[in-house]
Design a protein around this ligand. Structure first.
Ligand code: NAG
Ligand code: NAG
Ligand code: NAG
Ligand code: NAG
Ligand code: NAG
Length: 365
């Protein structure tokens, strides 16, 4: 009886020692951000790249920050809103953290990057390098707050990824591509898997993945193909089909990781569904215009040229950005990002599953 009693006490103590109660910590769980221009808060301002992969010039940033921060929109991006809802400060770009400001998280995202090292090579911080930077931050954190505390911060933190779209855009100019769709998908998933495993190895447990939008409907593709006479401005179904392949492989890959890695938790935001519905019924979601973009040139202003600093110099800027779903021919407006962030934060299982971000932040690890 007494041995059993002691045994139970022991189990209780042991489980307290290994479980981190993330909602009871003095600080909210941190937010680490990885991926492409959907999330880049200005990392590409600091690398040798091209203006097409940057947004540090007018009119980017015009609605909220009132100056171009490097975010490819008129204002804030999804991670900015998530940080606000989680009562965190704005999460800084990796290149601006100095030695102090990273206990609430760091943003490693880089415009133009994908899951593959070839995507944007030489002009972006690829996902594997983003992982290396994260590992450096994890080391700094350990030095700053000690082993126990840094372990808690890293295991309670949420790791959010937007990546994959650029791997498919990278294929577009190339009709003599030498991999099958499925081989390419396996390479993408393989590289993504090893980055997630790398974050896990350093103590990350809570992962958020955005699946891909119907990429063939992005205004840039509709406009390019209209100009080339390939289509009449309708969506490019074959590109959207590649996004669908990615989206059906993603949950399988994550379930596999959940089996392999004890304590690995994930959630998927259904970007595809949310984007398709908003694109098809803009007025229902508070937009007047979803097929023409705010800033660009050519048909639907869909030729990528906002700001005129890239390859194409001429561009027009809309008057009322609040009417638009897209700011430039690839990137949504702040208002669109805010709606996505709200759905991620406390949306239903139809769009964010198996956890919304509010519950994922609080989840014990
Ligand atoms: C930056 O990239 C350009 C090519 O876009 C190259 O000519 C130049 O040498 C690079 N500079 C550095 C410092 O890497
Ligand atoms: C197209 O793909 C082939 C085979 O992968 C490669 O050798 C070639 O450099 C690519 N061309 C362009 C323009 O990307
Ligand atoms: C990662 O991508 C490269 C191409 O960039 C590919 O050769 C390699 O096999 C991929 N790795 C995995 C684990 O799939
Ligand atoms: C463009 O073509 C698609 C399919 O070929 C057709 O369904 C659509 O109505 C056309 N749109 C316009 C504006 O002509
Ligand atoms: C969801 O979260 C957003 C952002 O914090 C908030 O404005 C909204 O009221 C919340 N909705 C519900 C139903 O809790």
């Amino acid at each position: 009886m007494s041995t059993l009693f002691h045994f139970c006490i022991f189990i209780l103590v042991a489980s307290f020692a290994t479980t981190v109660l993330c909602h009871e910590r003095p600080h909210q769980a941190a937010l680490f951000v990885f991926g492409d221009s959907i999330f880049d808060p200005g990392n590409n301002n600091y690398i040798n790249t091209t203006a097409d992969f940057q947004a540090n010039y007018f009119p980017y940033g015009e609605s909220f920050f009132k100056y171009p921060t490097g975010r490819a929109s008129d204002g804030r991006l999804i991670p900015d809103f998530i940080a606000e809802y989680a009562h965190l400060p704005l999460i800084p770009p990796y290149f601006e953290i100095g030695k102090k400001h990273f206990v609430h998280g760091v943003n490693f995202a880089s415009g133009g990057s994908g899951c593959l090292a070839e995507t944007g090579r030489g002009f972006v911080i690829d996902l594997k390098t983003q992982l290396e930077y994260f590992k450096d931050v994890a080391k700094l954190l350990k030095k700053k707050v000690g082993r126990t505390e840094s372990k808690q911060i890293l295991s309670c933190a949420v790791y959010i990824f937007s990546t994959g779209s650029n791997d498919y855009f990278a294929l577009l100019p190339n009709s003599t591509f030498s991999f099958s769709d499925n081989e390419y998908l396996q390479m993408i998933m393989g590289n993504l898997t090893s980055v997630l495993k790398g974050v896990y190895k350093d103590g990350g447990r809570k992962f958020v993945m955005l699946n891909l939008a119907p990429l063939g409907c992005l205004p840039i593709l509709r406009a390019l193909n209209l100009q080339k006479g390939v289509t009449n401005g309708s969506c490019m179904e074959e590109v959207t089909n590649m996004a669908k392949m990615f989206n059906s492989a993603l949950p399988k890959m994550l379930k596999q990781l959940e089996k392999q890695l004890p304590g690995f938790k994930h959630t998927i935001f259904n970007t595809f569904k949310v984007s398709a519905e908003t694109y098809d019924n803009p007025t229902k979601y508070g937009f007047k215009i979803s097929d023409t973009v705010c800033c660009g040139t050519g048909p639907f202003r869909g030729i990528f040229s906002c700001g005129g600093k890239g390859q194409v110099k001429e561009y027009e800027l809309c008057k009322n950005v609040k009417d638009y779903l897209f700011f430039d021919s690839v990137h949504p407006t702040e208002l669109a990002y805010q709606q996505c962030a709200k759905l991620m934060w406390n949306g239903t299982l139809e769009v964010v599953a198996p956890h919304n971000l509010k519950s994922l932040f609080e989840l014990s690890t």
